[in-house]
Design a protein around this ligand. Structure first.
Ligand SMILES: Cc1ncc(COP(=O)(O)O)c(C=O)c1O
Length: 372
């Protein structure tokens, strides 16, 4: 139950029991404009100018016609094929979604039954649990291991064999710990558990370059499904566009539960333009990695406890109460994410990485708040 909501009265229309008992995904999403947003791991400088230009040129009838998707599917394939680790995909192996969130929702809807198990790790991305709960699934969440938050490979293997979960969700690199699992190990997990659908959420893959995509054969491993998004690197979070890549039969089943026009025409237009400008995304990723190194060095020299893995974010444990630091940063118009209550990382703040200049602004405000 949501904390402050009363139960639905007995004589009202009855929601499904799973819905009545679950807790919806919540995040401090409002009032973020005009601030330095280091709280949602978004692109902090906006999309390619080609995207803005393409959106500006949209004619009126583009708005009154239902969207079309084939061109975008082709563009996604071309973009993946032209990456250094070219893969050879067919249109039926690509699912388009209203953000990866919608892909996750559809995966649970099509593959998660009441009483089935979701196997995942903890702490991890917060939307997997409500999706499992709305299906009435049980959640097995295995903690990351040790002070480096290593992927709990042994325990996941054991659980795959013992619990035979319907779904395994691996966020790689993991949000928020940055923990990574190498592609060959993911393949081995998929070989070990052919009846578990193993979903690899590669939202932050661009920051590590460790994708399982170049080495997976979806014919021999139909139980592997990969998720990618244009939210974080390409800067289209507000338009919502994400992809699922996998065996065509699996993609077909996940597609069955989505609405006919879930992705709107603006998102399609923006995605086509974004995919044409890979150089913009590559330059942004390079800058973020440079900024991450810059901040990491500052934290190290000044003895601030921190943890950096893959991804455009890192964790910091302030000496003062995190909620106080969070409030002080807010006064300086900087947003970060308090990890209070999260397994293993309670007491930390997750800071998204933007440009080096933005990290300098953050660092000055953080030093002031901590009296460094
Ligand atoms: C690991 C992970 N998966 C999925 C999402 C959602 O991505 P999208 O914006 O494509 O829905 C996020 C967003 O923060 C995320 O961190």
């Amino acid at each position: 139950m949501e904390p402050n909501l009363p139960k639905i009265p007995i004589n009202w229309p009855k929601p499904r029991i799973e819905v009545e008992e679950m807790r919806g995904y919540t995040a401090p999403l409002e009032g973020r404009r005009n601030l330095l947003r280091l709280d949602f791991n978004e692109n902090t400088i906006g999309p390619s100018p080609l995207v803005v230009e393409a959106l500006r040129r949209i004619p009126a009838n583009h708005i009154s016609i239902y969207p079309e998707y084939n061109q975008l599917t082709e563009a996604v394939i071309n973009s993946l094929n032209s990456s250094p680790l070219a893969v050879n995909l067919k249109p039926q192996q690509i699912g388009l979604f209203n953000g990866v969130d919608a892909a996750i929702h559809a995966i649970f809807h099509s593959f998660g039954d009441r009483g089935d198990a979701l196997l995942t790790t903890t702490p991890t991305f917060g939307y997997y649990s409500p999706c499992a709960q709305m299906q009435g699934m049980q959640i097995i969440a295995i903690p990351y291991v040790g002070k480096n938050f290593d992927f709990p490979l042994k325990q996941i293997r054991l659980s795959l064999l013992e619990n035979k979960p319907r779904l395994l969700l691996i966020c790689n690199p993991n949000n928020p710990t940055g923990s990574k699992l190498t592609a060959d190990k993911i393949i081995k997990l998929a070989e070990l558990a052919p009846q578990t659908l193993i979903v690899v959420d590669e939202l932050y893959e661009a920051f590590t370059g460790d994708s399982v995509l170049p080495i997976v054969d979806f014919n021999s491993l139909p139980n592997l499904l990969i998720l990618r998004s244009l939210s974080k690197t390409a800067g289209l979070a507000g338009l919502r566009i994400g992809f699922a890549i996998g065996n065509s039969n699996i993609i077909n089943r996940v597609n069955r539960v989505k609405g006919p026009y879930d992705i709107n025409s603006f998102a399609v237009t923006a995605a086509l333009a974004a995919l044409k400008d890979q150089a913009y995304v590559d330059a942004y990723v390079t800058e973020v990695l440079r900024a991450r190194d810059w901040l990491k060095a500052k934290l190290k020299i000044n003895g601030v406890r921190h943890h950096v893995g893959g991804g455009n974010y890192l964790l910091i444990w302030p000496k003062n109460a995190p909620s106080n630091i969070n409030n002080s940063l807010k006064k300086e118009k900087i947003l970060v994410r308090d990890m209070a209550g999260k397994d293993l990382i309670d007491g930390s703040l997750r800071v998204s990485i933007g440009t080096t200049d933005q990290m300098k602004i953050f660092w000055e405000a953080f030093k002031k708040a901590e009296s460094i």
